[in-house]
Design a protein around this ligand. Structure first.
Ligand code: PLP
Length: 320
């Protein structure tokens, strides 16, 4: 039996993050409220360190390393926000970090990870088996692997964002978060069930990759091909054992948003709220606008999960 993390683990994570992670702002928009006939509270993790909530989970996980683990170092495989979150957390804690990235990862992401002091090991994703390579490297160097979502300490860390949101807003009727592998949604659900038990909790994934929605309906983890979507932070192929365990128990449903709905939300954030959100960070608001939920008169929490999109790409998407 898996030991799922609990709200106590979220509380412990909040203590570890205190003074290191930003307590990100909760912003309001009268225009958004008017459009949806609801009171919306936007938790802005695009303003978190390294630009996404992933710093919370990574820093929490690395803070729990014992002396031997700290000396040997941490490893992860990711080309996205988790790589930068691990690299920055490791630097702050004085832990060596090895990050396995595909050779064709965007140069900006490789540079950002190196900039935080991580050692980037490149591999060929067409000829080399990432898992085997990771296991071999970890074994040889004695590294501790921290995966991007399916780890109790990562989930507990991600839950601290919703804890802060609810501490600030008081009870909410609905909470929506983006969904990739489920670390953010799992942690959010732990916090909501503890602090606002009556609230409905929804995860939102790209329509092109609705494995989470299928998993909820089927009652087991469904695997899919890597989906084609502009939401690059949610191109996961399946939920994890821990994240699915929490989501099936504590989450009301999984909704989807199309790429064009994400672009519309991105434009709204930029124009109306002066916020740069990456496409994945727009999932929750896009679903609030389009997924057919009855939000009239409700108090609704919306997590904007990250803001890491390069400016040229942003301009291209915004121009349509
Ligand atoms: C990783 C990520 C997600 C998805 O988070 P999971 O914990 O994998 O569900 C959403 N938004 C952004 C910006 C991310 O980096």
């Amino acid at each position: 039996m898996l030991q799922l993390p609990t709200y106590d683990d979220v509380l412990a994570a909040a203590t570890r993050l205190q003074g290191t992670a930003h307590r990100t702002p909760v912003l309001r928009s009268a225009t958004a409220d008017r459009l949806l006939g609801a009171q919306l509270f936007f938790k802005c993790e695009n303003f978190q360190r390294m630009g996404a909530f992933k710093f919370r989970g990574a820093f929490n996980a690395l803070s729990k390393f014992d002396a031997a683990q700290r000396r040997a170092g941490v490893m992860t495989f990711s080309s996205g926000n988790h790589a930068q979150a691990v690299a920055l957390s490791a630097k702050l804690l004085g832990i060596p970090a090895t990050i396995l990235m595909p050779q064709d990862a965007p140069q900006a992401k490789v540079d950002a990870t190196r900039g935080y002091g991580g050692e980037v090991v490149l591999y060929d994703r067409y000829t080399q088996d990432r898992e085997a390579l990771a296991r071999d490297l970890a074994d040889r160097r004695g590294l501790t692997v921290i995966p991007p979502y399916d780890h109790p300490d990562v989930i507990a860390g991600q839950g601290t964002a919703a804890k802060e949101l609810l501490e600030e807003t008081g009870a909410l009727d609905v909470v929506l978060t983006p969904l990739g592998g489920g670390g953010l949604l799992g942690g959010t659900a732990l916090a909501v069930r503890a602090l606002a038990p009556a609230a409905r909790v929804y995860g939102v994934e790209p329509e092109a990759g609705n494995d989470g929605q299928q998993s909820m309906r089927k009652g087991e983890i469904v695997h899919i091909e890597t989906p084609k979507t502009i939401a690059d932070g949610a191109q996961t192929q399946h939920l994890g054992q821990y994240t699915f365990g929490i989501i099936r128990r504590d989450v009301d449903d999984v909704l989807t948003a199309t790429d064009s709905q994400l672009v519309e939300a991105m434009r709204f954030f930029a124009e109306r709220m002066k916020i740069i959100a990456e496409p994945t960070g727009c999932l929750a608001f896009a679903a609030a606008c389009h997924a057919g939920l009855d939000l009239k008169g409700k108090r609704v929490g919306i997590v904007i999960s990250g803001g890491n999109v390069d400016l040229a790409r942003f301009a291209q998407l915004a121009a349509g």
